[in-house]
Design a protein around this ligand. Sequence first.
Ligand code: 5GP
Length: 201
Amino acid sequence: MSETRKGMLLVISGPSGAGKGTLIERLMAEDKSLVFSVSATTRAPRPGEIHGVHYYFLSNEAFDRKVAEGAFVEHATVHGNRYGTLRSEVYERLGRGENVVLDIDVQGALNVIASEKEKVSIFILPPSMKVLRQRLTGRGTESQEAVERRLHNAIWEISQRDKYDYQVINNDLEECLRTLRAILEAQRHASAYYGVDVPEE
Ligand code: 5GP
């Protein structure tokens, strides 16, 4: 038997501080079938971030032009900045059989869940609100006010978790990775993505 596979659209989201960034980095380092969809954003680059690698950093006007051109699969305002998934990052690659990873916020994910027929959506949960607060404070990158805003947003975001295909608690990084690998492996065999040519002999 020979196998054929269609590309998978993997939507990974969850509240800020749940740890999805680290999980995605680890998964991508070990699984070369995964490709990252580089989003557009109006936020300023952080030290070390590279245009075209981490994000496409656009002005508000350039972002507006992309919206008008219909260049986005989805776009949303997150913590005061605009972010969008570019069609050019997604569909051609899926067509080539690559598995495209979207690291997007919950509003954007719900839009993709509603608009894309074939996708695998995973919600990453923190073990508790207390741990989420500790993680957000511990980063040291946000003001107290920003931490409170993110925690407030997290309550609504977490209330949306049942709309995803899978929910994974990020209590222990390695255990969470094992679960994510298992989900990916099972999904590779979902009939939506999988095909086999059955030889006569
Ligand atoms: P950061 O600015 O810290 O890189 O990302 C802030 C949030 O924006 C994260 O939750 C991230 O997942 C989300 N985000 C990044 N790219 C996109 C995108 O293209 N669309 C949406 N809706 N959210 C995004």
